[in-house]
Design a protein around this ligand. Sequence first.
Ligand SMILES: [Zn+2]
Ligand SMILES: [Zn+2]
Ligand SMILES: [Zn+2]
Length: 211
Amino acid sequence: MESWCRGMGRTILCQHCKSTFDEDILKKKNSMDVCLVCGGSLLGDTETSSHNENLSFGEDIELGENDSFDEDKIDCWWYEIDEPSADKATRGRVHTNCAKCGHFIGSMPYPIARTGDYLLIDSRWDDKCGHCGNEFNNHIISKRPADWVDPRQREMWVKDYKNIPKCPICSSTKIHKISMTNKAASIVTFGIFAAGHVSKTYKCDVCGSKF
Ligand SMILES: [Zn+2]
Ligand SMILES: [Zn+2]
Ligand SMILES: [Zn+2]
């Protein structure tokens, strides 16, 4: 088993959700560019929100007080739009993710206006994220970033990070497999009374526990 050293690499800060990661964990997860928590880019701010200043849905559209093109204030991302049918039998809808936690939040009403990658949803629409509880106050939603990662996939990464064998006594990951030679020797020396010992597979290098 490859040994797992914690705290050896640089610490990487996610600009979006302020999570910090050990560089080695990101390497191990093959996720050097993407935050494991929010799915945001870890490559630093290459895009600024200043180019959003001139965005508008047109003169006729009045925005609510919480409606903003500001990337920091975006509550939802869209990734797919179902157009209304020609006979108006289906009204169309937008499939979205929560911009705070990245989870799927189902569909929203078809936008009342669109400019570029920004959609404006009817201000009567009101909801919050079923995962993180984020309330959707901004009725302007932006296109889901290309570097978005399905949080269910990230949760699997976190889960298998948790599954790395650790010492149950001191939580150290500096453990090693007890060699078969040692096991065989204890059977010879102590016979059947050593059975409990034999079933133990790992020894902790920090506190010396066997488990
Ligand atoms: Zn993040
Ligand atoms: Zn959320
Ligand atoms: Zn230990």
